[in-house]
Every structure is written in C-alpha cells, then in structure tokens.
Design a protein around this ligand. Structure first.
Ligand code: RRO
Length: 304
C-alpha cells in the first residue's frame, strides 16, 4: 500500500482513506473481514442498539433511478450479541468503528459503553436514519438533541466519536457545529435522503414502510455540498459518504473537504472490487498531480 494513502482520522491510523459505510456487510465479523481483505482502510458496522430488532417487513429495498431506496428499519442483533463479532473483528487489522443508535441519550451512552468494552476502536453515532421513529433523524434534525447525545456519549467512553448527519434538514452546518461543540471528533456526511417510489400498476408505495432512504449516485451532489459546507465551519475531520463508486467520486469529496470517504451502495452494484479500484485510482491521481499525501488535497476546492 502506498504511503501517500495513509491518513489519521481522530487519532485512528488508516492505511488508506476508503472505509466501509454503515449498513452493508457490517453485521458480522466474517463479512467485515471480507471487506478488509478487499482493501478497506477501516470498517463501520451496521447500526447496533441495546435490544435486537427485526426491522421492517419486506420489501425493504428497491432499485430506483441512480440508486437504491431502503427502509430496512434498523434490523440488528443488538449490541450484546454483537460483542462476540467485535471480538472476532479485533483481528481485522484495520480500525473498526461501531455504528450505534438509541432511543434516548442515556441509551446511546449504554450502547456505546458495551461496544467499547467489546473492542470498538471508535463509535459512529447514527442520528440520521430517515425513517425510524424516535431515533435517527428525529434526533439529528435537532441541534439540541444532537448535542445532548454527543455530550452524554463523550462523557461515557474514551474513544473517538464520529457523528453521522442527515441531509434532511434546512441547515446541516448548524447541526455539525452543535455536534462538534458537544465533543464530536469527526463528522460523517451524509446518511440517506428521505424518499419514496410508487408502483403505478398496484398504485401503492413499493416499500412496506412506504418512505425510505435514497442512496447511491443520485445523492452524490447533495453529499458533496454538505461536506463542502461543513468543512468550512468545523475544525474536525469530515468523512464523505453518499454515492461514491469511483476514484473520481472519492477525489471530488476530498477536494470538497473530506479527509476520508465511505462506500456502501456501490458494493451492491459493483462488488467488493470497488475498494481496490477507488484506492488505486486515488493513489494514481495523487502521483500524477505531484501530491505526496491525501491530506494535501483535502479541501483544496474550498479555499477563498
Ligand atoms: O436500517 C435502516 O433502515 C437504515 C438506517 Br439504520 C440508516 O441509518 N439509514 C438508512 O437509509 N436505512
């Protein structure tokens, strides 16, 4: 691996800046290992809560123009069960970031403590799922609630805290600022965009939950704008997420201000080879343009 690609995010050392996004292949130690073998610089687990959840009935996922629409409904085995998987994943060789959610700030903190005791290297607070009541974006749309959750988790564990934000707000910057003031060590931008699709034959919404979250190429320009705006106003690393499937996408996010990127939906469309093609492409770009590290291009488009 080229040393040009190495990055440090909130004290975590990554061999390359291309991470697995939460929500795909992140529910077991075995699948996380496959992602690491494919070349990811870090992995983020599926979001875990205090209790197991089955999630919504099918259909939970549908392909639409330029992306995927999902309303999985936070299916997960619960953080207690995942403990064993985290133990297994300790041998991964790359940082493991455990995504967590809760139905109160106290619950977020409880889940955080269990995840850290089990070996999480960092936590990503999911305050941005667009379609589960009383958690996710219902927290992330309020800067006061975000600050409360971040503050509570920060006081409960001694590990880096990433906060994953929703684009479904009028002003993502004020939420990012509130998260950072409360102690966030990094911001992940963005979670999926609230959306829906309707079958014209049956005349009903296709997802069982009716409304879901849109991911993939359709949301990339929204995510790039969010990263750009957040980078201008906070002093912690921003991790770009939303529609990245090529090295050009990743470089675009870095020029907007992302210190690292996350890939999710592209795995469903192109397979795990995407990690290698994106990292190799970033490296070739840096070499060709005469940059010595990823850090040298972070936010380059964002200076006036
Ligand atoms: O599980 C889901 O339905 C889900 C989650 Br937790 C999330 O954060 N974002 C999303 O689009 N789906």
């Amino acid at each position: 691996m080229s040393s040009r690609l190495a990055v440090e995010i909130a004290g975590l050392k990554l061999g390359n800046p291309v991470m697995l996004a939460s929500g795909i292949l992140g529910s077991s130690g075995m699948t996380l290992k496959r992602v690491v073998d494919a070349g990811a610089g870090a992995v983020v687990t599926k979001s875990l809560g205090l209790e197991p959840r089955e999630g919504y009935p099918n259909p939970t996922l549908v392909q639409v123009e330029c992306g995927l629409l999902n309303a999985m409904g936070l299916p997960n085995p619960g953080v207690h069960c995942f403990g064993e998987e985290i133990m297994e994943a300790k041998e991964l060789g790359v940082p493991m970031i455990v995504s967590i959610y809760g139905f109160s700030s106290g619950e977020f903190a409880d889940v955080a403590e269990i995840a850290v005791d089990a070996g999480a290297n960092a936590l990503e607070l999911n305050v941005s799922c667009p379609h589960v009541e009383k958690t996710g974006a219902e927290v992330g749309q309020s800067k006061e609630l975000v600050a409360e959750v971040v503050n509570k988790v920060k006081n409960s564990v001694n590990k880096p805290i990433f906060v994953k934000l929703t684009p479904n707000v009028a002003d993502i910057v004020e939420v990012a600022e509130a998260a950072v003031e409360a102690g966030a060590d990094a911001i992940t931008a963005i979670n999926t965009v609230r959306a829906m699709t309707i079958d014209v034959e049956t005349k009903t919404p296709i997802l069982a939950n009716k409304i879901g979250g849109l991911s993939g190429p359709a949301i990339k320009p929204i995510a790039v704008r969010c990263v750009y705006e957040i980078r201008r106003s906070v002093d912690v690393p921003v991790i770009g997420c939303g529609g990245i499937s090529t090295w050009r996408d990743a470089v675009e996010f870095m020029l907007a201000g992302a210190s690292a990127v996350q890939i999710g939906t592209a795995i469903a469309f192109s397979g795990l080879g995407v990690f290698k093609s994106v990292t190799e492409g970033i490296d070739a770009y840096l070499k060709e343009k005469g940059f010595r590290s990823v850090g040298e291009i972070v936010g380059l488009s964002n200076r006036d």
